[in-house]
Design a protein around this ligand. Structure first.
Ligand code: PLP
Length: 400
């Protein structure tokens, strides 16, 4: 439609939202759908956080806030970065936005000029390349393949850096693969970045608190302090504290960048919800006990779904270090025929036949830039997961 902005022609709608809608439609027809397509914890926000929000309302904390966030939250974020990531920031180096997505978008909007390249590591979170394109930049995709546990190799990073590269977006643990970088793996990547001083790092640490076993989370500016002056360290409360609906994300970085993002946000959404910000203060400063509870539950679910998927010969599912996703390969199912008579030619066919046959919703890997795989979110009850695992096994057994 001629009326719409040209920028829209460069952008796709979110595959995760599309699959979720398909699942909803099937549910409305009366099918017993199990949705493994959503990216949010099924837990409720902890009570201490809810109480802090209620108290904020009662105190009358219901007015506009400073664009970059209330001072109390910016200070709590400073403490969080010091306590958990060994990173020293001043409060004026911190910005709070309406969810992590908004913070990333504003960072790109504040920095990208036409022709600027942004490296996105596939499989990537669906929004990165689209946000880059919306902001006028050019996404440059580099693959982190399954045989490397979905982790970017230093030589591949080196290969895609050009004089036009402005940012690399890093995301560990990753949505959709769950892969997370150890200190040594991260250091190899930051070593490459040290050789290219014009490249900035946007690190999306949203799943920091969801790592399993004795895995230790690291972030780029912690591993290589010399990158501090060109790193935006982004994080949020959505996934760790089961607060997706509160819409609080934040980032810290060089003052000049934060000031630019503050200016952009000031002409856009202004400060985010005052009530949510007070809730986030409690999330960061209050008891952290529920993190362990969530983590334990997720770890057990990861183990359950990985084991069930690997029981079928047609799937190969690595056990990732973190987040709440697994990213099995369905390569062995390609070329087979589903009960409907349809030949499965792609991972998209695999998930759509799975949904039609067994009413299990998952997201095809091509939406994340790397296939033939599909993403399962195990942020759902054990009973749901177990039933979904059985249905996936039955579906795979039905392929001829
Ligand atoms: C990797 C990653 N980054 C950022 C976000 C956005 O988080 P928020 O809900 O705080 O906007 C998500 C949410 O799905 C995500 O998976």
């Amino acid at each position: 439609m001629a009326f719409l902005a040209d920028a829209l022609s460069r952008v796709k709608t979110s595959a995760t939202i599309a699959i979720t809608q398909k699942a909803r439609d099937l549910k409305a027809e009366g099918r017993d759908v199990i949705s493994l397509s959503v990216g949010e914890p099924d837990f409720d926000t902890p009570d201490n956080i809810k109480e802090a929000a209620i108290a904020a309302i009662r105190r009358g904390e219901t007015k506009y806030t400073p664009v970059a966030g209330i001072p109390q939250l910016r200070e709590a974020i400073v403490r969080k970065f010091k306590r958990e990531n060994e990173l020293e920031y001043k409060a004026n180096q911190v910005i709070v936005g309406t969810g992590g997505k908004h913070v990333i978008y504003n960072a790109l909007l504040s920095t990208l000029n036409p022709g600027d390249e942004v490296i996105c590591v596939a499989p990537y979170w669906v929004s990165y390349p689209e946000m880059v394109a919306l902001c006028g930049g050019t996404p440059v995709i580099v693959s982190a393949v399954q045989k490397n546990d979905f982790k970017l190799q230093p030589e591949d990073l080196e290969r895609v850096i050009t004089p036009k590269t402005k940012w690399i977006i890093m995301n560990s643990p990753s949505n959709p693969s769950g892969a997370a970088y150890t200190w040594d793996e991260m250091k190899k990547l930051t070593d490459v970045l040290m050789r290219h001083p014009h490249v900035w790092v946007l690190t999306d640490d949203m799943y920091e608190h969801l790592t399993y076993g004795d895995f230790k989370f690291v972030t780029p500016a912690q591993v290589e302090p010399n990158l501090y002056n060109r790193t935006l360290t982004m994080n949020g409360v959505s996934k760790a504290y089961a607060m997706t609906g509160w819409r609080i994300g934040y980032a810290a970085g060089p003052l000049e960048l934060i000031k630019a993002m503050d200016m952009v946000q000031g002409q856009q959404t202004s400060g985010t919800s005052s009530i949510s910000q007070w809730a986030a203060v409690e999330a960061l400063d209050g008891t952290q006990a529920h993190l362990t509870v969530f983590k334990k539950a997720f770890e057990a679910r990861r183990d359950l779904i990985v084991s069930m998927l690997n029981q079928t010969k047609l799937l190969e599912c690595p056990k990732p270090e973190g987040a709440f996703y697994v990213y099995p390969s369905c390569a062995a199912a390609i070329g087979k025929t589903a009960p409907s008579g349809k030949v499965i030619a792609t991972d998209e066919d695999f998930v759509s036949e799975l949904l039609a046959t067994e009413a299990v919703a998952a997201v095809h890997g091509s939406a994340f830039g790397l296939g033939p795989n599909f993403r399962i979110s195990y942020a759902t009850s054990d009973a749901n997961l177990e039933e979904a695992g059985k249905r996936i096994q039955r579906f795979c057994a039905s392929l001829r």
